[in-house]
Design a protein around this ligand. Structure first.
Ligand code: ADP
Ligand code: MG
Length: 247
């Protein structure tokens, strides 16, 4: 049985309209603590818009999003406070190019969480050790490979001790040989119980790590289910067609 406390994010009839375009067309659902929800779907189906709506990088045109019981679409809510609890990792790492790796990681904890600089640096070093990149603390992003940059982007988010991690195609911009190291880190996080929402084309990851897979098309959730059932017995013709193209 699901209790109210188990639900971290609740999405209620969310719509997003860009001019004439209905990018999200009535999305509802819940994300429970510890779940790894994988979102798949064709280009332009609204995956990024949905992910960005979860932390209000996109403001829904209609509908509500509750995070930890708080309606963050309520204009009276201080969104920055809640956004800090949602780590976001993009396709293009978005590291600050003129700051060192250590500075990239400590910036937000010091500025937003008012952490002592020394303490933030110690925590950052631990995170770097975790991903085997402690030797890169004083390097600049341009000196790192794509896979290293993406792992730094992930631990930078972790330094804020988020309640959920949102990933938007985190491996799509990587050379193939670097995809594995990023997926491995994401797998570790999942194993540790991190709540994750992951937009990806990596079906192996979806099958192995996902607790639930969601298929989006034309701004709607067309099908969702546990990976095994979802991939072996897709019901919607659009999903069958999509899977036949990518598997
Ligand atoms: P996906 O991530 O599934 O490829 P997106 O969420 O990026 O899809 O986009 C869904 C639709 O919304 C697309 O048609 C896209 O062109 C459109 N769109 C996304 N962001 C904007 C924006 N800021 N302004 C106008 N149209 C947008
Ligand atoms: Mg996208």
């Amino acid at each position: 049985m699901t209790t109210k406390e188990d639900v971290l994010i609740r999405i209620e009839d969310v719509h997003k309209i860009f001019g004439e375009l209905h990018a999200l067309n009535g999305i509802s659902g819940e994300i429970k603590r510890g779940e790894v929800v994988v979102i798949i779907g064709p280009s332009g189906s609204g995956k990024s818009t949905l992910l960005r709506s979860l932390n209000l990088l996109e403001v829904p045109s209609k509908g509500h999003i509750y995070f930890d019981g708080v309606d963050i679409t309520d204009k009276k809510v201080d969104i920055n406070k809640h956004r800090q609890k949602m780590g976001m990792v993009f396709q293009h790492f978005n590291l600050f190019p003129h700051k060192t790796i250590l500075q990239n990681i400590t910036l937000a904890p010091v500025k937003l969480l008012k952490k002592d600089k020394k303490e933030a640096e110690e925590e950052a070093m631990k995170l770097l050790e975790r991903v085997g990149l402690e030797g890169k603390a004083n390097a600049y992003p341009s000196q790192l490979s794509g896979g290293q940059k993406q792992r730094i982007a992930i631990v930078r988010s972790l330094a804020m001790k988020p309640d959920v991690m949102l990933f938007d195609e985190p491996t799509s911009a990587l050379d193939p040989e670097m995809v594995g190291e990023v997926l491995d880190l994401m797998k570790q996080l999942a194993k540790e119980g991190m709540t994750m929402v992951v937009v990806t084309h990596e079906m192996g990851f979806a099958r192995e790590v996902g607790t639930r897979v969601v298929f989006m098309d034309e701004g709607q959730i067309k099908e969702e289910g546990e990976p095994e059932e979802f991939f072996t017995r897709p019901k919607e013709p659009r999903l069958q067609e999509f899977l036949s193209k990518i598997l």
